[in-house]
Design a protein around this ligand. Structure first.
Ligand code: AMP
Length: 427
């Protein structure tokens, strides 16, 4: 299918062509016609599928001849969980709208409000915002929503994880009732579903729903593998891999911000130049480091999950879970940074014995075990058992195996639930 069949005007098609996109991705093929038809949309699609263009291009089409806005007014609002993502989406809008007379801007916290207030005075067609700063600006009457036509909620599951649902509700209360709603989320949790259902209230037509590859197993361009490792040899193993396998680039996820700085210095002691982004660094520093990483000037970036949320690095070849994330969804988000549209990538996880439950949860979600590779010179003292794939995480200490857990691993799963994994689980 060609972009030209989607009903987009020449200036937009030309900008898309200049980005080097030859054909629309599946989410673009499905979502663009629905959005152009004015429908509400609930899309399950993760970053890396081309979802940003899927909602941005129809917005440009809609507003291309809209004329001048009154002061402090906006036509479309895109809410997004992080500053980095807001900046990135706005950069995409600017690129796709380069042949149109439209204004866009990103609004986010961690920087002075004054310049953002100043820019809003003239009216902006498309505002990309993080919820907290947008609410602040709304309270200060720096932005009015009375002519808003479209609301886009991007990465809603992340916004829910980050505790933004209340803020989103407060923002929605301020918007006109008649508007188009577009919701994008990598996963459909209860919170997300509730928010989506709220959009249907009072509407004649229910929102259209589109789902694109919710499972990583449907993204064959990402090679996933893991290495079991003892906690105290993790940084030595990482340095070894970087050098031995001559990694050109890696985005390395780590749990805690103080550990990020420590890992950077451990790598540097072994002659590897790296840097880190985490919540403790200023916005300006984070942006600079990210820009260096994207430009290839910085090859190894250590990031906490929060700091790296949603960032899109065109040709990222590799992500590393230095620490395995707690939630399977987070794992899926992280590995989605690589193997983006038309690219291949690898996702490598360092798994220590203490990560066993997280590994079970992740592999159960993937519905397959991740390939294990051994690295010479790094024998493991504490063995990580092979997961059982119908693992359900329970916080209660003692849970009996359910009937569905009958069969060869029934009792074992019950024990994993009870936090009593032992060596007998090794298949
Ligand atoms: P997103 O899922 O929006 O974060 O996009 C992931 C990456 O895919 C970005 O680097 C986009 O520039 C790129 N992209 C979006 N649409 C296309 C397309 N139709 N063909 C090739 N790359 C695309």
């Amino acid at each position: 299918m060609a972009f030209s069949t989607l009903g987009l005007c020449d200036p937009v098609l030309q900008a898309v062509d200049e980005r080097g996109y030859t054909q629309p991705t599946p989410i673009q093929q499905k979502a663009i016609p629905l959005i152009l038809a004015g429908k509400d949309l609930i899309a399950t699609a993760q970053t890396g599928t081309g979802k940003t263009a899927a909602f941005v291009l129809p917005l440009l089409e809609r507003f291309k001849h809209s004329g001048k806005l009154r002061g402090k007014r906006i036509r479309a609002l895109i809410l997004t969980p992080t500053r980095e993502l807001a900046v990135q989406i706005e950069a995409n809008i600017a690129a796709y709208s380069k042949y149109l007379d439209l204004r866009s801007m990103a609004v986010y916290g961690g920087v002075a409000t004054e310049p953002q207030q100043q820019r809003l005075i003239t009216g902006i067609d498309i505002v990309v915002a993080t919820p907290g700063r947008l609410l602040d600006l709304a309270h200060q009457r720096a932005v009015h929503f009375d002519v808003l036509e479209v609301l886009v909620l991007d990465e809603v599951d992340r916004m829910a994880d980050m505790g933004f649902i209340q803020k989103i509700d407060k923002i929605i209360e301020r918007l006109p009732d008649v508007r188009q709603n577009l919701l994008f989320s990598a996963t459909m949790s209860r919170n997300v579903r509730e928010l989506a259902d709220g959009f249907s209230v009072g509407k004649v037509e229910p929102a259209a729903e589109v789902t694109i590859s919710p499972d990583v197993k449907a993204a064959p361009s990402i090679t996933q593998w893991l290495i079991t490792v003892d906690k105290d040899t993790k940084s030595a193993l990482l340095s070894h891999l970087i050098k031995e396998q001559q990694w050109d680039q890696a985005l390395i996820f780590i749990e805690k911000k103080h550990a990020a700085a420590k890992l950077v210095s451990q790598l540097e002691k072994r002659g590897i130049t790296a840097d880190s982004i985490h919540g403790g660094r200023s916005q300006a520093v984070r942006e600079k480091i990210l820009a260096d990483f994207k430009a290839g000037e910085l090859k190894y970036l250590v990031a906490t999950g929060v700091a790296a949320r949603g960032i899109d690095i065109g040709k990222l070849s590799r992500v590393v879970n230095y620490d395995l994330p707690f939630k399977p969804e987070e794992y899926i988000h992280r590995i989605g940074r690589t193997g983006r549209v038309n690219e291949v990538g690898e996702a490598i996880s360092l798994v220590a014995a203490g990560d066993f439950k997280n590994l079970c949860a992740i592999e159960s979600r993937l519905n397959h075990v991740i390939e294990r590779r051994e690295i010479a010179g790094f024998p493991v003292r504490k063995v990580v058992p092979v997961s059982i794939l119908n693992y359900v995480r329970k916080s209660r200490p003692q849970v009996k195996a359910t009937p569905s857990e009958s069969g060869p691993y029934g009792k074992a799963v019950g024990k994993i639930r009870a936090g009593k994994a032992n060596k007998n689980f090794i298949k």
